[in-house]
Ligand binder design. Structure first.
Ligand code: G3P
Ligand code: MG
Length: 258
């Protein structure tokens, strides 16, 4: 198998498949990830939460209702209960039987095949044991599977980043994890730069609605890559590519590839 090199230099922006190939497959499932690999996306974006027994699982919403045949909070169910649910039929009957993947199963599936942007969702409940925290569980998996070359961790919860850096400092096996702050609403440039500095960010992942050419230039000059989300329209893809983004997070990886 050809080994991928993380963020190898390309003369085009990266195609990042949002929750897998989300426009044509049930989001955050093996089908959606395989499809993203098939159409030669450069990276998959996926969302991670914890089950009741603190297993990292790949699902976007806090609740099961929209994307499975279950009801209620993901965090209220054990991994074996979650595995009984159907995460495909809601999208189309042909995907009946698709399961909620664990993060470990997903990393096993894609190891050496495609890069991955793991978005860690904020925890639903207060935790008492810091080593149990979601960001630490994710770090432990990346360490055990030796996948740091393939991974960017992003989150709207910027307090995760210090603990991730500390984990890497203390680990004998994991020297670094690439970190990306997510930002949903506009803040001024100074504030954005300070978020990136504090996080020791590799890249910055903004909502594309407030991303301007001058902000892109400023962030690039400071050494950060920019991967905005979620862009599905041709004209906006073109605009952002012209403005010099490093990649685009999209539900339409095939369209962006073209
Ligand atoms: O990581 C980019 C994007 O996925 C963030 O928003 O709600 O789609 O996870 P959301
Ligand atoms: Mg996401």
């Amino acid at each position: 198998m050809e080994k991928i090199k993380f963020l190898e230099k390309k003369n085009r922006p990266w195609v990042i498949a949002h929750r897998g190939y989300r426009s044509s497959f049930p989001e955050n499932t093996f089908s959606a990830f395989e499809a993203a690999i098939e159409v030669k996306a450069d990276m998959i974006e996926l969302d991670v939460s914890l089950s009741r027994d603190r297993v990292p699982v790949v699902i976007h919403d806090k609740k099961l209702d929209r994307t499975t045949d279950g009801e209620g909070l993901v965090a209220d169910f054990s991994i074996s209960e979650l595995k009984e649910l159907d995460a495909g039929s809601w999208f189309n009957k042909e995907f009946k039987g698709e399961k909620i993947p664990t993060l470990e199963e997903t990393l096993d599936l894609i190891k050496g095949r495609i890069n991955v942007n793991i978005e860690i969702k904020p925890e639903s409940f207060e935790i008492s044991e810091p080593m149990d925290a979601i960001e630490i569980q994710v770090c432990k998996l990346i360490e055990r599977l030796k996948m740091e070359d393939q991974v960017i961790i992003s989150s709207f919860e910027h307090s995760f980043f210090g603990r991730i850096q500390n984990f890497c400092k203390k680990s004998n096996k994991l020297n670094f994890i690439r970190i990306a702050p997510l930002l949903d609403v506009f803040q001024n440039k100074e504030f954005i730069l300070s978020i990136c500095r504090r996080a020791k960010a590799y890249s910055f992942h903004p909502n594309s609605s407030f991303l301007t050419e001058s902000l892109i230039l400023e962030l690039k000059a400071a050494g950060y890559k920019i991967f905005p989300y979620t862009i599905n329209e041709n004209y906006r893809m073109k605009e952002l590519i012209k403005s010099g983004v490093s990649g685009i997070i999209t539900d339409e990886p095939e369209k962006l590839r073209e």
